[in-house]
Design a protein around this ligand. Structure first.
Ligand SMILES: [Zn+2]
Length: 177
């Protein structure tokens, strides 16, 4: 049962990426452009450091649907260095603490769509962090891209940006077992 739900979730994310691709701005890489603050792209970043950045998904599965992206333009999970691998995963732990604090979700989906056949429309490697809530609409609403989210992106961005430093800070990255 849970396997079916996970597969359907991956399909849903693929569809979202496809929808996002339709209105794609004319840049080589959307994530590199966002990283470099290019005005052609919508800036939904909530966090940035020397190794990675975090942004809201423009077409979120749920409020607080985040993506963690390595600064380096790489396309495969196997290309991550030891340092990047550790840092990205620690960042995701911090994002869960942030989302727990702000939205108190009841669960999470964390995952990667890699390559065209994996459902990725943006080549630049990224990890989805999707908070899950008790009462959600069905997948059909998401696939049809007609889902009405209970909170707008600007509001979500503001809340998360205001709180992210409490969780993703120097001490958090340096002091853990
Ligand atoms: Zn890139």
């Amino acid at each position: 049962m849970s396997r079916i739900i996970f597969d359907r979730w991956l399909q849903a994310l693929g569809k979202l990426d496809y929808v996002q691709g339709k209105s794609r701005p004319d840049v080589d890489c959307i994530f590199c452009s966002i990283k470099e603050n290019d005005e052609k792209v919508v800036d939904l970043k909530i966090y940035k450091d020397d190794i990675c950045f975090v942004l809201l998904n423009l077409y979120p599965f749920n409020p607080g649907h985040l993506m963690c992206v390595p600064n380096r333009h790489i396309t495969k999970y196997t290309e991550l260095t030891k340092n990047e691998l550790l840092h990205l995963n620690r960042t995701i732990q911090g994002l869960q603490l942030l989302l727990d604090d702000v939205y108190n979700p009841k669960g999470y989906n964390i995952g990667i769509n890699q390559g065209n056949y994996g459902g990725a429309s943006i080549d630049h490697l990224h990890i989805h962090v999707v908070p899950r809530f008790k009462a959600e609409l069905g997948f059909i609403d998401i696939i049809g891209n007609i889902r009405v989210l209970p909170e707008g992106l600007d509001s979500v961005k503001k809340k998360l940006t205001q709180n992210v430093d409490k969780f993703l800070n120097k001490e958090f990255f340096e002091n853990f077992k």
